[in-house]
Design a protein around this ligand. Structure first.
Ligand code: 1GP
Length: 236
């Protein structure tokens, strides 16, 4: 089932198909000991770019997931498909609209055993994803936690993703969200650019996602793997 594919993940690298990465760097990432690679990005993601990146990652054993943000770029052959549903936007196309379009077009072909929805909360107003989706990033802690309950309890989404892409988030809030979920796995992503931040996020969330620093400072990105490995999730 789909949950088995990610329930042990603690550290994940997220690669953007719209950004270049050379073979040596990709080799270092895929051989780093990370639990998985997610392919995903907010803009400029095309079928061709996703196919190209997948075929390069497939030289390695590391599990590879596709975060489907654009129907045109839904490429077969991944171990897991993650479908974001943005919970903190009034623009319903990002919550259910694009998903329904996808189901109408490809409903019979979707590999349900390897497909999971992510209840997405975008919390950095400067992030490309926030601009694109019109996310309300001004939520206070109580509102964030209400969204987490909406995802975990009411909607029973298997993953809740606190997305601070581009900035390091509020770890106290992440910890509170992790404490609240009952069946969902809590993903955290945003601004992890050194081992200390990776470790703090790993204590607060079930799974930490490392993105941008891959392109800015590969050595620091690689160091986050061990930092997460050395950190226990701190149950509260
Ligand atoms: C982006 O959550 C990921 O979707 C990781 O964020 O790029 O800031 O590391 P960063």
């Amino acid at each position: 089932m789909y949950r088995e594919r990610y329930e042990e993940w603690r550290h994940v690298f997220k690669l953007d198909p719209d950004r270049e990465i050379d073979d040596a760097k990709l080799d270092a990432l895929c051989m780093s000991g990370t639990d998985a690679v997610i392919v995903g990005g907010s803009s400029g993601v095309t079928f061709e770019k996703v196919v190209e990146l997948l075929s390069r990652i497939r030289r390695y054993e590391v599990p590879c997931a596709l975060e489907v943000s654009d129907l045109e770029a839904a490429v077969p052959g991944f171990d897991l498909y993650l479908i974001p549903m943005v919970l903190n936007t009034a623009r319903t196309e990002w919550m259910t609209g694009k998903q329904i379009e996808g189901l109408q077009a490809y409903g019979s072909y979707i590999p349900w055993d390897s497909t999971a929805a992510e209840g997405y909360l975008i919390l950095n107003a400067e992030a490309e994803a926030a601009r694109l989706t019109g996310a309300d990033c001004g939520l206070d802690a109580a509102a964030v936690l209400a969204h987490v309950r909406l995802a975990d309890r009411l909607m029973r989404l298997p993953i809740v993703y606190l997305e601070y892409s581009g900035t390091f988030g509020d770890m106290e809030l992440v910890r509170a969200a992790s404490a609240l979920v009952t069946q969902a796995r809590l993903f955290y992503g945003g601004g992890i650019d050194d081992p200390a931040k990776a470790s703090a996020a790993a204590a607060a969330a079930h799974t930490v996602i490392v993105g941008n620093v891959i392109y800015d400072h590969l050595e620091a990105a690689l160091e986050t793997v061990q930092a997460v490995r050395d950190t226990a999730f701190a149950r509260v």
